[in-house]
Design a protein around this ligand. Structure first.
Ligand SMILES: Cc1cc2nc3c(=O)[nH]c(=O)nc-3n(C[C@H](O)[C@H](O)[C@H](O)COP(=O)(O)OP(=O)(O)OC[C@H]3O[C@@H](n4cnc5c(N)ncnc54)[C@H](O)[C@@H]3O)c2cc1C
Length: 292
C-alpha cells in the first residue's frame, strides 16, 4: 500500500519548522529519519496533509557535554550514538541499548528524537531516558521547556509534546562515580521489538545501592519506573529481599496480551529481569538464582 497524497515542506531552520507547525496544526507531521513515520503512512495508519521534513537541520544534530549533562540533538542518528565515544563514556547504558534498536539500515536513518517522539511502549530508548533521569527539551513558538522523562511518555504513542512543539534535544545526566548499568531484553530475534525489557541505572557504594532506577519497557502502555527498586536501597541485598522486591513488581506493571506473550508471561519475565539486574549490578551472581 502507498501513503495517501500529502504536501511536503522542507524546513530551513528550527524557527521555520515551528512556523510551519503553527500554520498547519494537527494536519501536519514532522519527518525526521522516517523509519516509523513512513511505514505508518504507507499502511495508512496515519494520513497527514503536510509532512514537515526537519532532516536537514544541522542545528539539531550532534552531541556535547555541557556541565554535568550530555546534550544530544534530536536528529542524532542511532548509528552515530552507537559509534560515539561521548555516549560510551558518559551514558554507557544508552550505548548498550542502541545496539538492540532495529537493524543497521534502520539505525542509519532513525533518530533519537524520532524514537522518543514516537513513544512506542516496546522501544528501548524511552526506557533508557527514564532510567537515566533524562530531560527532553521541547521548543515551541512560546519558547523552550524541559520535560522530565518521567512526565514525557503519557501513553501508547503519546507524549507531553504539544502539536506545535518540536523535540530539539535530550539532556542526559552524565554517569557519576560508582555508577553501574544493566540492559537486557527478551525478543524473538536480535533487533526485533522487545517482548519484555529492562534498562537500569544504579549507584553502588560499599556493596549497596544508593540509587537504583529500574525502567521496564514492553510491560505497559509506556515505559515504567519500578517502585520495587526502593526496597533495595541502602541495605545489604539478600535473596529474600530480592524475592520481596520481585513480589511488589506487579503493582506498577500492567502488561498487555499479544501474539508473543500473555500478561502472566510478561510479569514472569519482569521478575527474571529484576533478579538478573540486581545480580549483575552488585556483581553477585548468586542473586540471579532467587526464585522468581
Ligand atoms: C523494521 C523496523 C524495526 C524497528 N525496530 C525497532 C526496535 O527494535 N526498537 C525501536 O526502538 N525502534 C525500532 N524501529 C523504529 C526506529 O527505531 C525509528 O527510527 C524510530 O522509532 C523513529 O525515528 P525516526 O527518526 O525515523 O522518526 P520518524 O519516523 O521520522 O518519526 C517518528 C514520529 O516522531 C515524530 N517526530 C520525529 N522527530 C520529531 C521531533 N524532533 N520533534 C517532534 N516530533 C518528531 C514524527 O512526526 C513521527 O510521529 C523499527 C523500525 C522498523 C522499520
Amino acid at each position: 500500500m502507498k501513503a495517501s497524497a500529502f504536501a511536503y515542506a522542507r524546513a530551513t531552520s528550527v524557527d521555520n519548522a515551528l512556523q510551519l507547525l503553527v500554520a498547519h496544526g494537527q494536519t501536519a507531521k514532522v519527518l525526521a529519519g522516517g523509519q516509523s513515520l513512513m511505514p505508518a503512512m504507507n499502511l495508512r495508519l496515519i494520513s497527514p496533509d503536510v509532512v514537515i521534513d526537519i532532516g536537514g537541520l544541522i542545528e539539531l544534530k550532534g552531541m556535547a557535554v555541557r556541565g554535568d549533562v550530555l546534550r544530544i540533538g534530536a536528529l542524532t542518528r542511532h548509528a552515530d550514538l552507537l559509534r560515539s565515544s561521548e555516549v560510551a563514556t558518559h551514558a554507557p547504558l544508552l550505548a548498550e541499548a542502541i545496539a538492540h534498536v532495529a537493524h543497521p539500515a534502520i539505525r542509519n536513518r532513525g533518530t533519537i528524537g524520532g524514537s522518543l517522539a514516537h513513544a512506542d511502549p516496546a522501544a528501548e530508548l524511552p526506557a533508557c531516558m527514564l532510567a537515566l533521569d533524562a530531560a527532553i527539551v521541547a521548543r515551541g513558538s512560546r519558547g523552550e521547556r524541559r520535560i522530565s522523562a518521567a512526565d514525557f511518555f503519557t501513553g501508547i504513542f503519546e507524549t507531553a509534546l504539544a502539536a506545535d512543539e518540536l523535540l530539539v534535544a535530550i539532556e542526559v545526566p552524565i554517569a557519576q562515580k560508582n555508577s553501574a548499568h544493566f540492559f537486557h531484553e527478551f525478543a524473538r530475534r536480535h533487533g526485533d521489538y522487545a517482548i519484555a525489557g529492562l534498562a537500569a541505572q544504579a549507584v553502588v557504594e560499599g556493596g549497596r545501592f544508593t540509587d537504583l532506577r529500574l525502567a521496564y519497557f514492553a510491560l505497559g502502555d509506556r515505559p515504567v519506573l519500578a517502585k520495587a527498586a526502593g526496597k533495595l536501597l541502602n541495605v545489604i541485598v539478600t535473596p529474600a529481599l530480592v524475592r520481596q522486591a520481585s513480589a511488589t513488581l506487579a503493582e506498577g506493571l500492567d502488561p498487555h496480551e499479544d501474539q508473543q506473550a500473555s500478561p502472566a508471561m510478561r510479569r514472569h519475565l519482569a521478575r527474571v529481569l529484576l533478579m538478573r539486574a540486581v545480580a549483575a549490578l552488585l556483581h553477585r551472581p548468586e542473586l540471579a538464582g532467587a526464585t522468581p
